[in-house]
Write a protein that binds this ligand. Structure first.
Ligand code: S3P
Length: 448
């Protein structure tokens, strides 16, 4: 089923060269954070390049429910009049975060140290995902949470009236958990410390500093130690959201595997904590050039020139790299199916608790398309082949990245590849269909 309606079956067919400019939307992680930090600031925050995907729209609606004024001024340009740290009002209705794990987990953190009560829910995918990873550390501040069996949504959270600061070592490499703890730490007195044994995306730390919080980061033997001084006065900022490297991954990987392609993807974030796919593609022999490297909105960005790369080689991706490419394994599996030899992806078990169990979703779909795979809990192996047979209908499982991955594979398979529901693509990449069509890709909705 589509996230918000009837399923939208789609089919991709063998395509001629992809050419032109692919202007992918704004970064999803940064878009959520800009709205939430804007709501926790005093004064106006102005955001340009905001991703207007459903996940982020749900976060915007949630920030209104907590008392902020959130206004769409024009395409991608939004303003937020914040209520300040500790200023969230109690929502008078259930907060529906739709498909978004990032949305719900960050918002739970942002309200956890204010003495208000809020109930959260989501779609069928989000309501299966574990929330204990966030509510466990929030309990250390004094926050209470009651949800369904296994710490699942719907869940009611009661913020701590007298929060105490927390020192927390992340048991899983998760930027959502790190961010929830840091956002909760904003309204606790003293220093809140998060230690991450493996580095995860650092947008929250960067943006907190930009809004005026004191945040220090130290690399130690234990890992990255992030220290936030509580109860700062955050002030509204201007945030220019760079384009999303996780969305760029789809046209980039399509251009790498479709013969004759040559595309440009301008203004993509090259934040090192998000860069694992691009490092891996270069190692596989992909023809990608990073032009005009610069800094925009506090993030390194570049224009990517990507050409068809006929000599792709399979390889092994180390577990230390997994966090920096965690959302890109589905599309990397597609490139791996088109490379020479096998690709072994290590440290991937977090994929099992994403919008779907992404290892299982890719494994079953690739097998249906005639690709050989091997699956362990934490390792996924894909055997490359000269030409992928295709000719299957794959399941997207309410997961945007699974849907887009199989549609990209269909551009090079012998027989077309369908997905049962392309609806979830709108959560992160609402312009996917026109953008891919503009490059020359043959992806279309099935006739009813
Ligand atoms: C995100 C963190 C990652 C990622 C998600 C976005 C974020 O999730 O998969 O798409 O914006 O913090 P985890 O924190 O579960 O690894």
């Amino acid at each position: 089923m589509s996230a918000h309606g009837t399923p939208i079956p789609m089919t991709a067919r063998a395509s001629g060269p992809l050419t032109g400019v692919a202007e992918v939307p704004g970064d999803k992680s940064i878009s959520h954070r800009a709205l939430i930090l804007g709501a926790l600031s005093i004064g106006e925050t102005r955001v340009t390049g905001l991703l207007e995907g459903q996940d982020v729209l749900d976060t915007a609606a949630a920030m209104r429910a907590f008392g902020a004024t959130v206004t769409r001024e024009g395409l991608g340009t939004w303003t937020v009049q914040g209520v300040g740290v500790g200023g969230f009002a109690e929502p008078d209705h259930v907060i529906d975060c739709g498909n978004s794990g990032t949305g719900v987990r960050l918002i739970m953190g942002a309200m956890a140290t204010t003495p208000i009560c809020a109930t959260f829910t989501g779609d069928a995918s989000l309501n299966k995902r574990p929330m204990g990873r966030v509510t466990d550390p929030l309990a250390l501040f004094g926050t209470q949470a009651v949800g369904r069996d296994g710490g699942r949504l719907p869940m009611t959270v009661v913020g701590a009236a007298n929060p105490v600061p927390v020192r927390y070592v992340l048991p899983v490499p998760s930027a959502q958990v790190k961010s929830a703890v840091l956002l909760a730490g904003l309204n606790a007195p003293g220093e809140t410390v998060v230690i991450e044994p493996e580095a995860t995306r650092d947008h929250t730390e960067r943006m907190l500093r930009g809004f005026g919080a004191q945040v220090s980061v130290e690399d130690t033997a234990e890992g990255r130690v992030i220290t936030l001084t509580g109860q700062p006065e955050l002030t509204g900022q201007t945030v220019a959201v760079p384009r999303d490297p996780s969305s760029a991954a789809f046209p980039v990987c399509a251009a790498v595997i479709v013969p004759g392609s040559d595309i440009t993807v301008p203004g993509v974030s090259r934040n090192p904590t998000r860069d694992g796919l691009y490092v891996t593609l270069l190692e596989m022999g992909a023809d990608i050039q990073f032009e005009n490297v610069r800094e925009e909105g506090g993030e390194p960005v570049a224009d990517l020139r990507v050409r068809y790369s006929p000599e792709l080689r399979g390889l092994e991706t180390p577990s230390e790299r997994a966090a920096s490419m965690i959302d890109e394994f589905p599309i990397l599996s597609v490139v791996a199916a088109c490379a020479k030899g096998k690709t072994i992806m290590r440290g991937v078990k977090e994929l099992r608790v994403k919008e779907s169990d992404r290892i299982d979703a890719m494994a079953r779909g690739l097998e249906a398309c005639g690709v050989r795979i091997e699956e362990e809990d934490d390792v996924f192996t894909v055997y490359g082949m000269d030409r992928v047979p295709g000719g299957a209908v794959t399941e997207s499982r309410l997961d945007h990245r699974i849907a887009m991955s199989f549609l990209v594979l269909g551009l090079v398979s012998e027989a077309p590849i369908s997905v049962d529901d392309g609806g979830p693509i709108a959560t992160s990449f609402p312009s996917f269909e026109p953008l891919m069509a503009g490059l020359g890709a043959t992806i279309a909705r099935d006739k009813p």
